[in-house]
Design a protein around this ligand. Structure first.
Ligand SMILES: Nc1ncnc2c1ncn2[C@@H]1O[C@H](COP(=O)(O)OP(=O)(O)OP(=O)(O)O)[C@@H](O)[C@H]1O
Length: 268
């Protein structure tokens, strides 16, 4: 198929499948006198997972929130599908570190909440919500409340909710930090499967070098505050191997070591 055949018109812009879904142009962010980010330029493609990695306080969450439209940049511009971002939008979904679930609502209602806000009627909403509840392994828990679930299960609800709105861009802020190692590994597998299946643009923040190397197509290393791009790494992991084989693989371990050597000077 030609590029032209894949093109769709999106507002005033013509967007083709090869174009970056998210463009970050010269982003700087100051909180009062504190300079959090300086001169960030990045592009994010469909079907790829990019991880933002860097020392604590380097502005990873700030950058994610600027892309989400939750925090304004001081200067610079974000474009999503060719359009300038002026606030949150339906083509972007944010998965929060603390799940941000509604405690008084069931799993079904929580997962369907983004659709409810958009006025999708309940039969259709529940149909879509059930599909994603099943996809994240929570079938049978539709009528449970968040307090009846483990931390790992609550995070699955958060992920299902982000997928249910069918956003083009998934912004994940340390989504697995509150779950135990076993669940974390399971989530990483689920995430890789979703990247493969859903062909969305994933932007992921983590503190874990191993996790970044394991799940990412690309890793953006940020310098300490003010956050600037210090390196971009393509881990090129052979995903045909089993998870255990990958974690023992020399090239995987080399990338982990290389990043660690770059970051260890900032360890507290
Ligand atoms: N709303 C805010 N007001 C003032 N300063 C802020 C605000 N949000 C973040 N900061 C500061 O901006 C800097 C970047 O914060 P941010 O949370 O984006 O970094 P981070 O890399 O995600 O950190 P961590 O790895 O510790 O989660 C930090 O120094 C932080 O204290």
């Amino acid at each position: 198929m030609t590029k032209a055949a894949l093109a769709r018109t999106d507002g005033l812009q013509t967007v083709t499948s090869d174009d970056p879904v998210v463009q970050v142009r010269d982003i700087c962010k100051k909180y009062g006198n504190l300079e959090a980010l300086r001169g960030i330029n990045l592009e994010f493609q469909r079907g790829k997972l990019t991880t933002l990695l860097g020392p604590s306080g380097c502005g990873k969450t700030t950058l994610l929130k600027i892309i989400a439209g939750l925090v304004p940049a001081t200067t610079g511009e974000i474009r999503v599908n060719g359009r300038a971002v002026t606030g949150p939008g339906p083509e972007r979904a944010f998965v929060f570190q603390d799940f941000a679930l509604m405690p008084w609502a069931t799993v079904l209602r929580n997962v369907g909440f983004g659709l409810e806000l958009r006025g999708v009627e309940s039969v259709e909403r529940n149909r879509i919500a059930c599909r994603y509840i099943e996809q994240v392994g929570l079938a049978g828990f539709e009528d449970k409340y968040p307090h009846e679930l483990s931390g790992g299960m609550r995070q699955r609800v958060g992920i299902a909710r982000a997928f249910a709105v069918n956003a083009d861009v998934l912004l994940l802020d340390e989504p697995f930090s509150a779950v135990d190692e076993q669940n974390r590994r399971k989530f990483q597998e689920d995430l890789l499967q979703l990247v493969e299946l859903e062909k969305k643009t994933f932007i992921f923040v983590t503190h874990s070098i191993e996790e970044a190397v394991y799940v990412s197509d690309r890793i953006v290393l940020l310098s300490p505050r003010p956050g600037r791009i210090s390196r971009v790494i393509d881990p090129s992991i052979d995903r045909s191997a089993s998870p255990d084989e990958i974690r023992r693989n020399a090239s995987y371990l080399d990338v982990v070591e290389e990043i660690w050597q770059g970051l260890r000077q900032y360890a507290e």
